[in-house]
Design a protein around this ligand. Sequence first.
Ligand SMILES: [Zn+2]
Length: 132
Amino acid sequence: MSTIQSIAVTYTDGRVKTLDKDLSPIASFSRAIKGIKEGAKVNGLRPEILIAWDIAYNVYIKYGVDCILTEGTGGTHGIGSLHYVGLAIDLRTRDFKAGIAEEVKVELKSLLSSQYDVILESDHFHVEYQPK
Ligand SMILES: [Zn+2]
């Protein structure tokens, strides 16, 4: 005889949560990976921004979306960009369903404190450490 050990619930925004047979959560939201886009430069990224990437990853996990760093200290940015000094990263947003990235931005801002700026660009979050 088989018994139900767990139930996977899929939310309308794509998140998946696993519940045990008593409907208690046995894991957080669905798994996601943290990765670096081929060609993105990470040399010289400072701890302040690595903390932000880690916090962002935890938010991405909730949505079951991979947290891919698409640029760190490389690429071409505006004059004075914090990318050049290792205090800004870009994180892929294309894997969020329509409208969800705005929600994620609000959550990121609340978790990262006012020491960070989070800007939603066309295909990524620009996150930078810039204490006021
Ligand atoms: Zn950027």
